[in-house]
Write a protein that binds this ligand. Structure first.
Ligand SMILES: [Zn+2]
Length: 313
């Protein structure tokens, strides 16, 4: 990674939380704000990190790049800790949050969990939202998630990208799975990132990507290569997505009795769609056992004994 053109400003604190919890960006100022809140499993730690950084100030605002369970799983706990906090979500998600429509919010389809929270404010592409000491532009970021947004601070050219761009590789293209969107939308989002010319990109997972030295260019090239591969071999995307969903679930639970694990697999509608996209010629149980799970056990990504499935870490 090259030297940054300038360091991240001191009023922004970035908490890199690994893979189960997304990165949290704390924007300090008169009305401190947090962008993305991590996974429900780590909610107490998220509250502690924010409380420590705020030094007695209340958290005033919460904003979300998108509502996957690893980006909004700490919101309920933060709202409980600071009841006056105001919460922003991408505009189309606002009614789904109000009604807590788990199917529309994707937790239902993926079989994931997220504590119910409230939201009263919409992030609309083309508008600006005040978070901490800075005004952030809202840009649409379809691809990984159809409703996701980018938050861009133009004075210091800092982009909070959610899962629209990582340093290495790309996330699952969820709209491709349910047929609501395709890989093209992701390419349009990469173009939007390029057009903004950020000096810093803070991704939803992993280290910040700095323009100086070519890391941003490299990340964009890598993402494009991966998307071209998926475009040419969509079945490979389905297999990748199935493994991601299973690994994610096991990072949450750590270990599950085999019967519960099988029940979760059978009950996650997204996996049924992925089976059809990858190997509809195989019976669903055989596909899961021989094609999806067997290599994960072989590589130690997951471990199994007679009665349990465990996270392989
Ligand atoms: Zn996501």
């Amino acid at each position: 990674m090259g030297e940054p053109a300038h360091p991240l400003p001191a009023d922004l604190r970035v908490f890199d939380r690994g893979w189960l919890s997304s990165t949290n960006v704390l924007c300090l100022g008169e009305a401190p704000a947090l962008i993305d809140t991590g996974h429900a499993k780590h909610a107490a730690r998220t509250v502690a990190l924010v409380r420590e950084a705020l030094g007695g100030q209340p958290l005033a605002r919460i904003a979300h790049t998108h509502l996957h369970s690893d980006h909004c799983g700490g919101t309920q706990a933060l709202q409980a800790a600071w009841p006056e906090t105001a919460t922003w979500v991408p505009e189309p998600s606002l009614p789904h949050v109000r009604d807590w429509d788990e199917a529309a919010l994707t937790f239902g389809a993926s079989g994931q969990r997220c504590e119910r929270f409230a939201a009263g404010h919409a992030l609309r592409p083309g508008e600006t939202v005040r978070l901490g000491a800075r005004d952030w532009q809202v840009h649409a970021a379809p691809g990984h998630d159809a409703l996701a947004v980018l938050l861009f601070e133009p004075a210091r050219r800092i982009l909070v990208a959610g899962d629209a761009l990582w340093e290495h590789g790309v996330g699952v293209i969820f709209p491709h799975i349910d047929g609501s969107g395709g890989f093209d939308a992701f390419e349009r989002t990469l173009q939007a990132v390029e057009a903004l010319r950020p000096d810093w990109v803070i991704p939803g997972h992993g280290p910040a990507i700095v323009r100086a030295g070519g890391a941003l260019e490299a990340a964009l090239a890598q993402a494009r290569e991966r998307i071209r591969h998926f475009q040419a071999h969509p079945a490979q995307h389905a297999l990748y997505a199935a493994k991601v969903l299973i690994k994610y679930q096991m990072m949450d639970f750590g270990q599950l009795p085999r019967a519960e694990f099988d029940a979760w697999l059978a009950g996650a509608p997204l996996l049924r769609l992925l089976h059809r996209q990858h190997r509809p010629d195989l019976a669903p149980e055989r596909w899961v056992r021989d094609v999806v799970l067997a290599p994960m056990f072989d590589k130690g990504v997951l471990r199994q004994d007679a009665t349990h499935v465990r996270d392989g870490r």
